[in-house]
Design a binder for this molecule. Structure first.
Ligand SMILES: [Zn+2]
Ligand SMILES: [Zn+2]
Length: 190
C-alpha cells in the first residue's frame, strides 16, 4: 500500500479540468508552472530543485476520456559523463496522453491499472506526473556531454585532456633512462 502511495501520492502535477465540457471535441488550454523541492530527472542530469517547470497544455474531450497534449519546458543541469564538467541544457519536450473516464477503465482491476499505467480522469482532474516525468526523461541524455567530442579525463591522473598538451603521458620508464635524461638536461643548461 505505501509503495502505491509514494508513486502516485504526490499531486504536484494535478490539473483541474472541471470547466472543460465533457462533449467530444471541446477543448481548453492551460498553463502550469511548478517548482519541486528535489531534483527531477536522471542521476547524471536533472532539473534542479526549485527550477521552474513550465507546462503548456491542451485538454480535449474525446469519447473515451480526455486527451492531453502537453509541452514541458525547463532547464536541466548535470555533469559531463566523460570529464565531469558542468552541463546545462534546455528541456522542451512534447507529449500526448489519453486519460480514460473511470467508467470505461472500471473493467480493469487495480493491479492492471498500476502495471499498465493506465491514466484516468479522477474527480475533475488529471494527474500529469507520469507523462511529465516520461517527457523529462525522454528529453535528457543518458550520457550527458559538455561537448560532442569531449576527450574526457586522463585515466591515470584524472586531469581533463582539454587542459593537457599532446605530450602528456605516464609511461613508467626505466629509472636509468631518467638519470640519463636529467644528465642531458643539465648538459643543455650549461
Ligand atoms: Zn566533458
Ligand atoms: Zn595524466
Amino acid at each position: 500500500m505505501s509503495a502505491t502511495e509514494s508513486s502516485s501520492g504526490s499531486k504536484e502535477f494535478l490539473l483541474s479540468i472541471h470547466e472543460l465540457p465533457r462533449r467530444s471535441g471541446e477543448y481548453r488550454d492551460y498553463r502550469l508552472h511548478r517548482t519541486l523541492n528535489r531534483p527531477f530527472g536522471l542521476d547524471m542530469i536533472a532539473i534542479p530543485a526549485n527550477e521552474e517547470i513550465d507546462l503548456t497544455l491542451t485538454a480535449t474531450s474525446v469519447d473515451e476520456g480526455i486527451l492531453i497534449r502537453g509541452r514541458v519546458r525547463s532547464k536541466a543541469v548535470g555533469e559531463c559523463a566523460r570529464c565531469l564538467a558542468p552541463v546545462e541544457m534546455d528541456i522542451d519536450q512534447g507529449f500526448d496522453e489519453l486519460y480514460e473516464y473511470e467508467s470505461k477503465a472500471a473493467a480493469l482491476s487495480d493491479e492492471d491499472v498500476e502495471t499498465d499505467e493506465i491514466l484516468m480522469v479522477t474527480e475533475e482532474s488529471v494527474d500529469l506526473a507520469i507523462p511529465v516525468r516520461d517527457a523529462v526523461i525522454l528529453a535528457l541524455p543518458v550520457n550527458p556531454l559538455c561537448e560532442e567530442d569531449c576527450p574526457g579525463l586522463c585515466s591515470i591522473c584524472g586531469t581533463p585532456w582539454r587542459e593537457l598538451d599532446g605530450e602528456h603521458g605516464h609511461e613508467e620508464r626505466d629509472p636509468r633512462w631518467k638519470a640519463l635524461e636529467s644528465l642531458s638536461e643539465r648538459l643543455k643548461e650549461q
